[in-house]
Design a protein around this ligand. Sequence first.
Ligand SMILES: *[C@@H]1O[C@H](CO)[C@@H](O)[C@H](O)[C@H]1NC(C)=O
Ligand SMILES: *[C@@H]1O[C@H](CO)[C@@H](O)[C@H](O)[C@H]1NC(C)=O
Ligand SMILES: *[C@@H]1O[C@H](CO)[C@@H](O)[C@H](O)[C@H]1NC(C)=O
Ligand SMILES: *[C@@H]1O[C@H](CO)[C@@H](O)[C@H](O)[C@H]1NC(C)=O
Ligand SMILES: *[C@@H]1O[C@H](CO)[C@@H](O)[C@H](O)[C@H]1NC(C)=O
Ligand SMILES: *[C@@H]1O[C@H](CO)[C@@H](O)[C@H](O)[C@H]1NC(C)=O
Ligand SMILES: [Cu+2]
Length: 243
Amino acid sequence: MRLSSVLSLATFGACALAQSNSTGKLGDAVVVTNNPIGKEAIALLPKTPFFGSLKHNVKGSVKATSGAKGVGVDFEIAFSNLPKEGGPFIYHIHANPVDASGNCTNTLAHLDPFIRGEDPACNSTKPATCQVGDISGKYGKITSDPFKAKFHDDFTAMSEGPGSYFLNRSIVVHFANKTRITCANFFTVSGCSGSNTTTTDSSCQSSLPPTPTNNITPYTGGVGALSVKSLALLPIVALVLAL
Ligand SMILES: *[C@@H]1O[C@H](CO)[C@@H](O)[C@H](O)[C@H]1NC(C)=O
Ligand SMILES: *[C@@H]1O[C@H](CO)[C@@H](O)[C@H](O)[C@H]1NC(C)=O
Ligand SMILES: *[C@@H]1O[C@H](CO)[C@@H](O)[C@H](O)[C@H]1NC(C)=O
Ligand SMILES: *[C@@H]1O[C@H](CO)[C@@H](O)[C@H](O)[C@H]1NC(C)=O
Ligand SMILES: *[C@@H]1O[C@H](CO)[C@@H](O)[C@H](O)[C@H]1NC(C)=O
Ligand SMILES: *[C@@H]1O[C@H](CO)[C@@H](O)[C@H](O)[C@H]1NC(C)=O
Ligand SMILES: [Cu+2]
């Protein structure tokens, strides 16, 4: 009797622990309800991979649009030219932007404002308990080439303030073994053929500064209309700031 109640207590304790681990020190991820209507941002992968021994980088982009009524974010994913080996590939929003050198290591870990940690792995049936930045954990790994996906995430923020804000951060694509292949920063695209912009819009892509300046965070803090001209100047501005 006594032993069995101790045992059941222990079992209960283990369950509670496991749950609190996947829920995060600050609780479950909170639904974002005040994203600016119509706001769009995109992260475009650079020409050169970070992972040294790949000849051609993964191509593609992660496009983010404020969800209906400002709730969460609608994501559109397009990746192609993936390595022949080492999949299924995973991708996440990482905490820091990519620096000017394009070094994906310096993007640090996944966006994790609720301090959940990577382990245990995200259970996609309960996305609020996953790391906010664990996009492939919540919505699926990259399992085809080309890979396209569209999904809605409730927990990502497109207005500054909350920790779940990601437009000052980056996307990182990894091999299945977590080695980083490539990474790119988000920036707003209101100036990039407006709401008709798609991830395959080549005019949009060619308006961007070429690699490696692609890696400089061009996010200018909520400026809506980022013109092609100001995009082109950004590397210079960033260089001046860096000096
Ligand atoms: C939860 O965290 C504790 C200590 O922080 C650890 O011992 C335990 O293995 C973790 N449980 C799971 C399911 O990861
Ligand atoms: C991860 O996988 C890739 C592709 O298979 C391989 O080239 C790389 O060396 C691996 N990294 C580690 C740390 O094992
Ligand atoms: C990237 O940055 C990390 C940490 O700062 C460093 O150890 C590594 O050598 C860098 N990699 C490259 C390719 O520069
Ligand atoms: C994920 O959560 C669901 C619903 O709570 C549960 O039925 C399932 O066993 C969980 N999967 C894993 C791998 O923990
Ligand atoms: C990004 O913005 C958020 C919210 O405004 C802020 O808390 C965070 O420190 C910023 N991160 C970086 C890397 O600039
Ligand atoms: C998108 O473009 C088409 C034609 O190029 C135009 O008819 C339509 O109004 C545009 N939609 C928006 C939302 O701008
Ligand atoms: Cu990652």
